[in-house]
Design a protein around this ligand. Structure first.
Ligand SMILES: NC(=O)c1ccc[n+]([C@@H]2O[C@H](COP(=O)([O-])OP(=O)(O)OC[C@H]3O[C@@H](n4cnc5c(N)ncnc54)[C@H](OP(=O)(O)O)[C@@H]3O)[C@@H](O)[C@H]2O)c1
Length: 161
């Protein structure tokens, strides 16, 4: 089983504001869907709250310390370790955020799929700083959009050395 981490982040590492995404980019959502479809996704409880429902075609594992939390259509785990165990049998599992969960799981990842937004964005949730020398860039696709806001962004894949 390989562990992949998928994130969209601004140049200043912002990934969220007020428990939502700070930009609108439908191509990035499609990219996320294409990569994660059919697989397990591990997410923090706050990220689940921001999405509000399990995403179709994937198994959602929500990580929480709340022993009473039950969410219809999702698996619940009380540690990252248990969340990964819940994905047993999958070939590739995706850690999909947010900031708290990324910080705890970055060292476990084999692959990073990062949508690198080519500008600084204000926010209150950030991707952890990491040492790029430990990662090999294996793909980079340059993209842009004009609406609903101008965004230049790259779909980048990094493999752990
Ligand atoms: N740009 C992107 O690609 C992207 C992707 C995902 C999320 N986001 C953004 O990130 C922000 C949310 O991130 P966040 O850091 O605030 O929250 P988060 O990582 O989504 O969730 C944090 C919660 O996860 C649970 N948790 C964390 N570590 C745990 C552990 N070791 N064991 C058990 N439970 C654990 C706790 O839930 P309980 O409080 O229930 O115990 C904690 O409050 C939002 O703005 C969201 O939009 C952005």
């Amino acid at each position: 089983m390989s562990i992949s981490l998928i994130v969209a982040m601004a140049r200043n590492r912002t990934i969220g504001v007020n428990n939502t995404l700070p930009w609108r980019c439908s191509e990035d959502l499609k990219h996320f869907k294409a990569l994660t479809m059919g697989h397990h996704m591990i997410m923090g409880r706050k990220t689940f709250d921001s999405i509000g429902k399990p995403l179709p075609g994937r198994t959602t594992v929500v990580v929480t310390r709340d022993k009473n939390l039950k969410i219809e259509g999702c698996l619940i785990a009380h540690s990252l370790h248990d969340a990964i165990k819940a994905c047993d049998g999958d070939t590739e599992i995706f850690i999909v955020g947010g900031a708290d969960i990324y910080a705890q799981s970055l060292l476990l990842a084999d692959t990073l799929y990062i949508t690198e937004i080519q500008q600084d964005v204000e926010g209150d949730a950030h991707f952890p700083a990491f040492d790029k020398s430990e990662w090999t860039e294996t793909a980079r696709e340059v993209r842009s959009q004009e609406t609903p806001q101008v965004l230049n962004y790259h779909f980048v894949t990094y493999q752990h050395r």
